[in-house]
Write a protein that binds this ligand. Sequence first.
Ligand SMILES: NC(=O)c1ccc[n+]([C@@H]2O[C@H](COP(=O)([O-])OP(=O)(O)OC[C@H]3O[C@@H](n4cnc5c(N)ncnc54)[C@H](OP(=O)(O)O)[C@@H]3O)[C@@H](O)[C@H]2O)c1
Length: 657
Amino acid sequence: MDCLLVGAGAIASEYAAGMASSSLSVAGVCDREAERAKTLASEYDCSWFESVDRALTALDAPVVVNLTGHAAHAEITRTALTADRHVYSEKPLALNASVAEELVSIARDRDLALGCAPENEHGPSQRRAARLLADGRLGPIQLGYAYAHVGRVTDWHDRPRSFLDIGPLYDGSVYPLTLLVSWFGPVDRVRTADTLDIWPEREHQQPSTPGHVEAVISFATGPTVRLTGSFYASHRSREFYGLELHGDDGSLYLDGTGAMETAIDHVQFGRLGRQYTNVPPQSPTTAIEYADAVERLAGSVTDGTPSRRTGRRAAHVVAVCNAIETAAADGGPVTVPDYGVARGSLPSYTVTPLDPDRRSQRRRAIRLPPVGFGCSRYRNGEYVDREDSIATALDAGYRFLDSAELYGNEHRIGELLSAPGAPDRDGVFLLGKVWRTNHRREHMIEAATGSLSELGVSAFDCYALHWPGAWAYQGPLARLAEKPVERQENLAFPEDGEGNIQTADLPLERAWRNLEAVYDRGLARTIGVSNVTRSQLETIIETGRVRPALVQIERHPYQPQNELVSFCHDQGIRVVAHSPLSAPGLLDEPILETIADRHGLSPAGVVIAWNVTEHVVPIPSSTTTSHIVSNLAAAAERLRPEEIERIDSLRQPDFER
Ligand SMILES: NC(=O)c1ccc[n+]([C@@H]2O[C@H](COP(=O)([O-])OP(=O)(O)OC[C@H]3O[C@@H](n4cnc5c(N)ncnc54)[C@H](OP(=O)(O)O)[C@@H]3O)[C@@H](O)[C@H]2O)c1
């Protein structure tokens, strides 16, 4: 769709560049300064104009992108709407709420689209933060601190006058305000506000409005937020565009309400009483571009439903800014009209589906998060406490826990899942495994019931045989970790007098039938099996009534088990890779290091990304916070086919631990 850009400053170049790779095209450029219009137009081989009226007459471009100076926005938007053009405006929509509201009315009466920047709720960090909020991790959110440290515009902008004329409220503060309104719905009232005329004396260019604003605002259905907008505080200060939200159960920190790209540490979660943990992306992310919002607006026009949603929201944000000024001048509180802004809509947590090539499987295969967290206590021949690292993993955003009665720490996981700030149970995939001494039906049901009660949940998302082969029953394994080590070993690894394992005469088919009985009782939503061979899996599929949903196997580049993985995928069975990182020497492999350098990952991250690329869900375990976070973040990377091929060359057919 053809667009006319009005205003040919620095931001216009950004919009135009994004349009080049979109369904939009730059049909004309208009600027009061002919030279600027001419320069930009020449880049896109289009017409240029000095006057908006002339441009609107000469060009029939259906969309006008208003990129003029702040104070000129309203007038240009009105001119374009009146000429029956859809308009996308840079922020603010206007400087006065009644003018902003009037623009929305003109657009509505003429059935035109009216959009306004910023649409920062689409930013990858903002979306990650929104998912965390939707996950309910913070509990009721009652308080927030938002910063817009625009900084000394005279230092960083080539034409600061437009900023100095309107102050930090109508430019920088619009970012946190817009994001918060999109999350929590309209602002109800400005409780208090104050302004300061602070500015260095040596600066010859002075703000014409106060250069620093403080306000306390309340959302109709959300938190009370203290907002600071400042030209005085440096944009290199600790708080730039940071947002901190505090709930009953935890806190969220978002580094950059206006950020268009993301980084691992842009979103952090702090469960009540715990340090902030980075919440990394778990799927590939791309930065947003200025032109994306114009493309969305054009899409609504093509669909025959010209959108005014962000125009209405922008009008409300202008009303908030006006109310802040009124409260600063006359005292608060000042109520704010909502202008029909919808209640905030936080998206619900979604897990990554299989890729579209595997659509047929998607119908049958269960949905899992891309990476899970291993909760085993066992580490290099020793048992280690895992409570703190599991808490960190939940805080970082892991939503798949690999548990087992053998790990003896189910009650610890249960405590973490019921503590304030815990993720919503529905958002966590809980895998449990019955140990091989419990393959008889009554023992298996007792084990499953006991584990569930320790975990404090009514059913496993998947309950699996830890191993296909049965061993002799030695008694219940509840709270194994609390028993002396020797007792733990005797209970779990029964030996005869000669040190040989005591097996039990219970074939796999029967063990599977017993697992089906657990399923039939509603104690597990799906069932699975760990450490199987292909022929054992075929036996289960052929003789069982309930199909396995999940297979857990040891998988890493030395032992990729690709044939079994393909078989499972063809059967619609999800594969989970246990012990993905701990094969001796693996993380020192030069091939992994080379690929790691290319992707900005560690070798461990490459192994995780390799699994995720191959649609296998790795369940690394770690007790180191930085590893916990970077392992999860590696899920956002995809390896190229030639890199997968190089990793295949590491295969060791006779690999044994
Ligand atoms: N079904 C089964 O029979 C079975 C068998 C074994 C394991 N499992 C499951 O699989 C899970 C994982 O297996 P695993 O415990 O054998 O360990 P793993 O995940 O293969 O490796 C853990 C080791 O790797 C290190 N590590 C983790 N992230 C790292 C990173 N980014 N960079 C460098 N080193 C890193 C850890 O040290 P730090 O702590 O310092 O990070 C730890 O020493 C278990 O917890 C369990 O849930 C299942």
